[in-house]
Design a protein around this ligand. Structure first.
Ligand code: ATP
Length: 234
């Protein structure tokens, strides 16, 4: 088991954002968290990596209880996060954005170098000397994901990787997720089903800080009742 989230409760002040949420990921899986605005998707990712510590429940990563540890320590153990706003450095070039992320997790093989990233994602290579602030939304997202690879996470958390991106870019992000999944377990969030179910094997649907439905992608694709009940669908 790569990750086990067991009955967590997470608060922002008085606001009870996660109310007994549980989920599990086996190594090598791609899993999606679905749900409407405010359902608790981002908070789940933040709770896993320690940016918002759960006040109850446990987060078990590779058999170790990491609940309540600070985010930097959790990251070092092999969990990467690409936040919704991507957080690339606007004043640094693409190459520099990758350089600052280049620290080695203990036990990592060092297989992801900047050169390899530029080889595999020539689009980023072509932009190597451009400042982050000049990149399009899609280019920023590619960079944010590539940057998270520099630390070779065992588990990669992606918060709404497609938000605000054009369909052609969304396809590229999908291809990237597919490629990454050969070496990394992935948990990502999305508001609608189409992309999610194409790339994820399973999905959890969240509402009001709880998991209200869990299904294999192929079952959820045909389950329009559930989609209408819990998701924003056209
Ligand atoms: P979105 O698609 O809008 O990101 P989400 O499913 O990721 O939605 P969360 O952002 O996790 O949902 O929000 C879960 C709940 O926690 C919501 O009710 C939200 O209003 C609340 N919340 C989120 N961040 C904060 C904050 N910084 N302070 C107070 N409440 C917050």
């Amino acid at each position: 088991m790569m990750l086990e989230v067991d009955n967590i409760h997470t608060y922002y002040g008085e606001s009870h954002a996660l109310q007994g949420l549980s989920l599990k990921l086996e190594a090598g899986e791609i899993v999606c968290l679905l749900g409407r605005n405010g359902a608790g998707k981002s908070t789940t990712l933040r709770s896993i990596i320690g940016l918002s510590s759960p006040s109850k429940g446990r987060v078990i990563f590779q058999g170790r209880d990491i609940t309540g540890q600070p985010a930097y320590r959790i990251a070092r153990q092999g969990i990467g996060l690409v936040p919704e706003d991507r957080r690339i450095f606007p004043g640094l070039s693409v190459r520099e954005n990758l350089e600052v992320a280049q620290y080695r997790r203990r036990g990592s093989s060092g297989q992801w170098t900047i050169e390899r990233i530029f080889d595999e994602y020539p689009m980023l290579g072509d932009l190597a000397d451009q400042d982050g602030k000049t990149l399009s939304g899609g280019e920023q997202q590619m960079l944010a994901v590539a940057r998270s690879l520099m630390s070779e996470p065992l588990l990669l958390l992606l918060d709404e990787p497609n938000e605000g991106l054009a369909p052609v870019i969304v396809q590229q992000i999908g291809a990237l997720i597919d490629e990454l999944s050969k070496t990394t377990t992935i948990l990502f969030t999305d508001q609608s089903v189409h992309f999610a179910l194409k790339y994820a094997g399973r999905a959890y649907i969240l509402e009001k800080g709880m998991v209200v439905h869990e299904a294999k992608s192929q079952d959820l694709i045909n389950d329009l009742d559930t989609q209408h009940r819990y998701l924003s669908v056209a």
